[in-house]
Design a protein. Structure first.
Length: 303
DNA sequence: CGTTCCTCCTGCTAGC
DNA sequence: TGCTAGCAGGAGGAAC
């Protein structure tokens, strides 16, 4: 499942293979992939045709291409991969994938594949156009984003790897949250980019159970959780960023996933890498959570 | 506003 | 063998 590191690998691939090129033809296959583009798929395709790709940007799990038509201001083609979305760069005559939802032909460069494709099995992902606005989360005294951010995703908080991220501010907001720390980590309005896998990894590193009430943790403990989240995603990016094929903007998440060294997620019954106790799996928020019964004791009262 | 719950979707696996 | 149920889960919106 693509979380911040996987999406960043995709963004880097787009920066290498798509930025600077012009969309000569756009095709949206089916309405669902463009459901968040309110004017509809025909409008989306029409507005992309002839646009130049200026940049590839990301905040948390959201990705966007800065695109600019010949007579218009730059705008954002926002892409969310959902659970199974992939962006690939391929030859236009490559066989259509089973769950192909959009194609974007890119202007001629005979040495490079020249069709960007959006493929998504579970169709939680999608594409839409948005105006670019100044980043409301820009921290004073830090470099602002050159192109701004899409206006429709200003509710998404900065992620731990970007300049606008302010860990102290997130700690202060966590101190006011009367909910489980894991639930809070997954709230993209508080800190973005963390999904179920990296939430479990961060909590394992910080030795905190996910059902501990956020507000009940000390500020230093909250800081350790957030630092662990930043570090584990940074480590995953370093490990996954090296192995993608030039023909694929993303390896699809799979090869990065298998090579990743996880300490908690999916390790039910396997020994804790710190203390040796078998890890447990708990069902929580209708999804699985993995933790060490010794290093991450459950809170006495729920939450 | 904060918080919780539900829903969207397909493919794979476990169990009968 | 073939069926069903359960599971995976990001994010938005409804409901309280």
């Amino acid at each position: 499942m693509p979380e911040l590191p996987e999406v960043e690998v995709v963004r880097r691939g787009l920066a290498d293979h798509v930025v600077g090129r012009t969309v000569t033809r756009a095709a949206i296959l089916g309405a669902r992939v463009a459901r968040r583009h309110l004017p509809g798929p025909v409008d989306l395709a029409a507005r992309l045709t002839g646009a130049v790709v200026r940049a590839a940007e990301r905040r948390g799990k959201y990705l966007w291409l800065v695109v600019q038509g010949p007579d218009s201001d730059p705008e954002a083609l926002v892409v969310h991969l959902g659970m199974s979305g992939q962006l690939r760069v391929e030859a236009p005559d490559a066989p259509a994938e089973k769950h192909l939802h959009a194609t974007f032909d890119l202007d001629g460069d005979e040495r490079r594949p020249n069709q960007l494709r959006f493929v998504d099995q579970r169709t939680f992902g999608g594409l839409f156009l948005a105006d670019l606005v100044p980043d409301p989360a820009a921290a004073t005294g830090r470099p602002a984003r050159e192109w701004g951010v899409p206006g429709t995703i200003t509710h998404i908080a900065p992620d731990p790897l970007e300049a606008a991220y302010d860990q102290g501010a997130v700690v202060r907001r966590l101190k006011a949250r009367h909910t489980g720390i894991k639930r809070a980590l997954l709230d993209q309005g508080l800190v973005s980019g963390i999904g179920n896998i990296y939430a479990d990894e961060a909590l394992w590193r910080a030795q905190v159970h996910g059902e501990r009430e956020a507000a009940s943790l000390t500020k230093p403990a909250l800081g350790r959780v957030l630092s662990a989240a930043r570090d584990v995603m940074s480590d995953a990016l370093a490990a996954g960023g090296t192995s993608f094929d030039a023909l694929y903007v993303d390896v699809n998440g799979q090869s990065g996933w298998f090579e990743r060294s996880l300490d908690a997620y999916g390790r039910e019954g396997q020994p804790c890498h710190r203390c040796g106790r078998p890890l447990r799996r708990e069902s929580f928020m209708n999804r699985s959570s993995f933790s060490c019964p010794r290093c991450q004791p459950r809170p006495r009262r729920r939450r």
